[in-house]
Ligand binder design. Structure first.
Ligand SMILES: Nc1ncnc2c1ncn2[C@@H]1O[C@H](COP(=O)(O)OP(=O)(O)O)[C@@H](O)[C@H]1O
Ligand SMILES: [Mg+2]
Length: 264
C-alpha cells in the first residue's frame, strides 16, 4: 500500500472580484483532478514551471489548505475525514520544508528553541531529554553544537535551511514535503542541501515529495518524477524514463530549458 494515495484532488481559487461589483471574474484550477501514489521510502519529484500548482498540491497533501474535491489517504487513513485532534497527531508524521530559510524561522527564537519547539508542543519530554534530542538533530543536519544559543540571522542561507530541516525532523516524521528547498540558495550550497536530504532519507527512512521548478535538481534526488502543467500531472514515471524518453511535449521542453547541473 502506498504511504500517500491522492485521488482526483482539485483546488479551485477565485480570481478576485470584478471592479464593477459583478461578482467573481473567474477561477483558477490550481490543482486539477490530480491522482498520484507515493510509495514508502521513495522520493517523488514534482516538477513544473512557476504557477503550475506544485505548492498548492504540496499544501493540500499536508492539509495546510483544504481541497475543493478529491481524496487523500495517508498510511491507509482518510486524511480529509480526520478531525482536529486526529489531524494534530497525523501532522507529527507529515512535515514541510520551505523554500525560504529566511522567512520560515522565527527571528526572535534561539536555534535550540526553533528546533525544540515541536517537542514542547507535541511531546511530553523532560528538559534534558529535549536538549539531547535537539543536539542529536543538529548533528544529523551537519551543524555544530555552538549553534544552539544563537539566532537564525547569525547564519547563512544554507545553514538556516539546515536549521529548518532539523526542526522538521524533530518529531521523527515519515513523510516530508520539500517545497523548492534549494531554490533560494547558491548552486553549490543547494547541492549540499540536496545531498543532506538524500543522507537523511537513508538515515531516517523518510519519504519525500520533493518540489522544484528545476529538472536537474529533481532528477538528482527523485526515484520517480511527476510533471505538472496548469494544475494537472501530465506525465509520471521512473526518473530514468522521464529524463531519457519523455513522452509529453511539456516534459521535453522542461528538459531542454534546463542545462545540466553538476551535483556532487
Ligand atoms: N491562495 C491563493 N489564492 C488565489 N490563487 C492562488 C492561491 N495560491 C495559489 N494560487 C494560484 O494557483 C496557481 C498555482 O500556484 P502555486 O501552487 O503556487 O504554483 P507553483 O508552486 O507551481 O508555482 C497560480 O495561478 C496561483 O496564482
Ligand atoms: Mg511554489
Amino acid at each position: 500500500m502506498p504511504l500517500l494515495q491522492i485521488r482526483n484532488l482539485t483546488r479551485v481559487f477565485p480570481l478576485g472580484e470584478s471592479i464593477f461589483g459583478g461578482g467573481a471574474k473567474g477561477e483558477v484550477r490550481a490543482v486539477d483532478d490530480v491522482s498520484l501514489d507515493i510509495e514508502s521510502g521513495e522520493t517523488l519529484g514534482l516538477v513544473g514551471e512557476s504557477g503550475s500548482g506544485k505548492s498548492t498540491l504540496g499544501r493540500l497533501v499536508l492539509r495546510l489548505i483544504e481541497p475543493t474535491s478529491g481524496s487523500i489517504r495517508f498510511n491507509g487513513r482518510d486524511l480529509l475525514a480526520a478531525d482536529h485532534g486526529q489531524m494534530r497527531r497525523l501532522r507529527r508524521d507529515m512535515q514541510i520544508i520551505f523554500q525560504d530559510p529566511f522567512g520560515s524561522l522565527d527571528p526572535r527564537m534561539r536555534v535550540e528553541d526553533v528546533i525544540g519547539e515541536p517537542l514542547i508542543i507535541h511531546e511530553n519530554m523532560s528538559a534534558s531529554g529535549r536538549r539531547a534530542r535537539v543536539a542529536e538533530l543538529l548533528r544529523a543536519v551537519g551543524l555544530d553544537q555552538s549553534a544552539l544559543p544563537r539566532f537564525p540571522h547569525e547564519f547563512s542561507g544554507g545553514q538556516r535551511q539546515r536549521i529548518g530541516i532539523a526542526r522538521a525532523l524533530a518529531l521523527r516524521p515519515r513523510f516530508m514535503v520539500a517545497d523548492e528547498p534549494v531554490s533560494a540558495l547558491d548552486v553549490s550550497v543547494g547541492a549540499q542541501i540536496v545531498n543532506l536530504l538524500a543522507q537523511l532519507q537513508r538515515e531516517f527512512g523518510l519519504t519525500y515529495l520533493f518540489i522544484s521548478h528545476s529538472m536537474p535538481v529533481v532528477r538528482y534526488l527523485a526515484t520517480r518524477i511527476a510533471v505538472m502543467y496548469r494544475g494537472k500531472i501530465v506525465e509520471v514515471g521512473a526518473t530514468e524514463q522521464i529524463t531519457s524518453t519523455p513522452s509529453h511535449p511539456y516534459t521535453k521542453s522542461l528538459l531542454a530549458a534546463t542545462p545540466e547541473m553538476e551535483i556532487a
